[in-house]
Design a protein around this ligand. Structure first.
Ligand code: CP
Length: 303
């Protein structure tokens, strides 16, 4: 594995190898001293052309826990503002001797292009609507901790599916793990063409019925053009995950959200903070999963 762009060509064994390493990384993170020398002398650059809290922070912490040097680049405070291109930005940073670039971009395909621009491992931290593979890995890892192996399990993913790279990467990864994925949301926010075998419905109850887990996705206000969503009140009325709606799922089914959450929109606030919510477990697991990804890309883990 040289890059992490999406899950094309991945097998279940590849996913299991990452999960096994992530479990070892969780043991490291449980120690009083949470640092190991695995990547000493290596350099990881986080290059975010789009905002992020969780992905950027956790990749940077993951690299530091492994003793790598970290270069933290944010588009807003850079020479991009003077007109420099993505390509020249990456080539400039690569000249400092970067071993891995963690890249988030507003446009689909930028991480793929980066593999031709620089000689380094490329990790896709989210490209446009297309893919967010490290998020899907941490989601599936967190799900398996909660409900066991995902083969044959029904996972309901609810919300703005159309604009969601998380939905796409989750569908791709959950298919590899043998889960049955249901997408639900308002018709204008559903994909025109189903992907990775996921079932698509505008009827929330159909997706939630007996689901083993429910994941709510953010309404991506920044990507929604005029008229696609009537109002947030309409969304809440039809698709917000509430106690009553979650009761349609299997008893005790956990609730996930990749964040950032529009509080009290996608999920009823009390539920998001309640015992069935895995939101903060997802955040915490993000660090261990990203340590595992960096390990497999820069050291090699047999995957
Ligand atoms: N889930 C996720 O990608 O969050 P950030 O945008 O905060 O990184």
């Amino acid at each position: 594995m040289r890059h992490l762009l999406d899950f094309e060509g991945w097998t279940e064994d590849d996913v299991r190898a990452i999960f096994e390493t992530a479990r070892a990384m969780k043991e490291v993170l449980a120690r009083p001293i949470k640092t190991v020398p695995t990547l000493k002398g290596r350099t990881v650059a986080t290059v975010f052309f789009e905002p992020s809290t969780r992905t950027k922070t956790s990749f940077e912490l993951a690299a530091k826990r492994l003793s790598a040097d970290v270069v933290s680049f944010s588009g807003q405070a850079s020479s991009l503002k003077k007109g420099e291109s993505y390509q020249d930005t990456l080539k400039t940073l690569a000249a400092y001797g970067v071993d891995a670039f963690v890249i988030r971009a507003d446009a689909a395909g930028v991480p793929h292009q980066a593999t031709r621009w620089v000689d380094a491992a490329i990790l896709n931290a989210g490209d446009g609507w297309r893919a967010h593979p490290s998020q899907a890995l941490l989601d599936a890892f967190t799900l398996e901790e909660a409900i066991g192996p995902l083969r044959g399990k029904k996972i309901a993913i609810v919300g703005d599916i159309l604009h969601s790279r998380v939905a796409r990467s989750n569908a791709e990864l959950l298919a590899i793990l043998g889960a049955e994925v249901w997408f639900a949301g308002p018709p204008p926010l559903l994909p025109r063409h189903p992907f990775f075998g996921a079932r698509v419905t505008a009827r929330l109850e159909e997706a939630l019925k007996d689901a083993d887990a429910v994941m709510a996705l953010r309404i991506q206000r920044e990507r929604i053009s005029g008229g696609l969503l009537a109002s947030e009140e309409d969304y809440r009325a039809g698709y917000q995950i509430t106690e009553d709606r979650l009761a349609l799922a299997a008893p005790g089914a956990p609730l996930l959200h990749p964040g950032p959450m529009n509080r009290d929109v996608e999920i009823e606030g009390t539920l998001a903070d309640g015992p069935r919510s895995l939101v903060l477990a997802q955040v915490a697991n993000g660090q261990a999963i990203r340590m595992a990804i960096l390990y497999h890309l820069l050291v090699g883990g047999g995957s």
